[in-house]
Design a protein around this ligand. Sequence first.
Ligand SMILES: [Zn+2]
Length: 440
Amino acid sequence: MGIAADIRRLVDRTPFVDTHEHLWEESVRLRALDLEDESKMPAPDIGMLFSHYTDSDLKVAGMPGDALAVAFRWDIAPRDKWKALEPYYRRTHNTGYMMNVRESLRLLYDEDDLRADNVERISAKMRAAVQPGFYRVVLRDFANIEYAQVNCIEGPIFGETAQPDLLAQDLSFAALSAAGDRDRLAAEAGVTLKGLKDWHAVIDWAFETYGPRAIAVKSQNAYARGLDYARVAAEEAAPYFEKMLRDRGALEAAERKAVEDHLFHYCVHKATEYDLPVKLHTGYYAGHNSIPLGRLQGNPAEMCELCRAHPDARFVFMHITYPYHDHIIAAAKHWPNAYIDMCWAWIINPMACVRFVKEFLGAAPACKLLTFGGDYRPVEMVPGHAAVARRGLAQALSELVEERWLREAELEALTDCLMRGNAHELFDLERTLKNWNKVQ
Ligand SMILES: [Zn+2]
């Protein structure tokens, strides 16, 4: 008992570097208070707690989408929202997503659960907390996070944050590598699109413009396809790209794949040139009614081929490729350029993550593992996720010590590298801050 409590204290006092979030800019949250428009932002009350990930569990447990939509409205009282939410919350109370809710409630509002008699009180506290500077309070003071890495999903490929020391930004290359959002990106780059070379120029512009301030590059294109990116030469991809431009000509699946395959490798080369780690979504899908597990099963083997093709790139495979996390321990052990990020995974399946940390540390170098990313849009959910992660990480380390796989003397250094040191080694925040200063 003694050692477990000591380890818990060590993990609690060690700050996380949070390697993955989708947080709105703080100013967007503040502006939403005047707009009161749920199509732009859920109301800052208990509905916000059911707007990301939790919404999937509720729907899978039978909650109709239109009933859930009521929870996000600005013109409905929290007590009435609760009447609609409660039956489905009860059915999903056991999951990691819902544990996350309760941990955030405990840390931020000193409440142990949602009930009819406290949803108004909690909602009032949530609304009152949305003040200038509240992100720093939530992330630093309540979640003990040094800084977070944000993948902006509001449209731009890079988030022009006002707080780069707190909210480092990924350069999203999802559209760049899939030839998506072509007209807007080409216009921003000042490029007239006639052929593949012009799209290369758009990619070059994106890296020149945002690369110096980016903490990493990120793509979630594994939501739409496998990671089987073949080496396709520019000469082979160019006619398909031109066909795509011509009268918006639709491509055959194989032609589209060839274009994307070529562009993906082009982007990875650029990221390597700018010394930016390449973060890739792998494994489980957000949402519901969509996951093709058969395709995801191919992720670990495809990841190995990427590592082989780009020995100088540093790949960060996100979400432990759940539920194929056993396989990627082998990838992390084998490839020097494969890093594994546990972002989101702690709340997808907390107990699988405890086992994963133990088995990873028995097999692969500890420097290859990043142990936390909240992966949230609402900042209020991050302290809860960090608490679930800390609980699981402390349990894994305690079990390793109790089972005599790990010596107590190694704990402090190991904990520091898992929670923050590995991220500092892999991601260069100082460089980004120097470059942010140049443009401000
Ligand atoms: Zn994400």
